[in-house]
Design a protein around this ligand. Sequence first.
Ligand code: DLZ
Length: 298
Amino acid sequence: MIKGITFIRPVDSPAHFNELVSFFSALGFEPGRGWDEPPPREGAASKGRPFLAPLGNLEFVDGTLPTLNTDLLIEVTALDALHQVARRWLETNADAARTSITSIEDTHWKSRLFAVQPVPGFTVAFWEHQEPLCGKPIALEGDLSAEAISFAIVVARWNAVITDRLLQGALDCLLRSGARRDRIEIVRVPGSWEIPAAARQLAETHRFDALITLGCLIRGETAHYEAIYNEVARGIGQSQQDTGVPHAFGVLTCETLEQALDRAGLKNGNKGFEAAAAAIEMASLHRKIAATPAEQPA
Ligand code: DLZ
């Protein structure tokens, strides 16, 4: 069974190796398992740092080739955001005289593209289909760019030592994903019980593309824990379904305060950050589904 495609790119110096690793990391590539080989009896040590992409593609072309002078073509979503990251990386990390980046241009295959040379002698081009459904995979997915998306965050004050951390995590995710601070509204409510009502009122204004709900229920300290939890979860879900506005669920349900701390940035990630990432993706997906034309009957 075919499993994947590996494209090996030799580099001409350790400095360029490090620069390429830094550049591809900055663009958000998932790192693969690297390797370091000690020098053989004669010769130098060697090392490899793979970068993974969800899909690989080997393409044979007969006829007009894409008019590109590039070593590598990488298909992306959110091309403009990537262009900015690449430009910023070049400004801060690279020798301007020996590297380059083009502006984004249309191609003859209904796409947009830019090319960048992060180290001398290696050019990589990034491209994006103009129509979201073009290209593979066929699946429609939300992007993780929060540019031009409006958010409301509903955060409970009860267990503020936890919910403040969830809020910081959510803001960190939104701002690092390109959201504008003036398009994020934070609403505080007394406890988790009050989250659904506030969320619904906010969603019904249709001023927000997505909501993020943050709270913390601790079993040992909460009377009628199950009843409250079920009602909060049901209320948030129902608000989402009735209004059609994505609501990310960031209400922790924990046995102890220690467990809650672990999920609010200590040992098990920050569930506020994760809820914000889900909100971004769902807001983006919502737009894409709305913009997808209905299929014409054959
Ligand atoms: C009353 C209460 C209790 C006992 N525990 C929690 C909790 O662990 N987490 C939380 O967010 N809120 C709690 N509350 C407050 C209720 O959510 C609600 O704010 C009050 O009952 C007032 O309606």
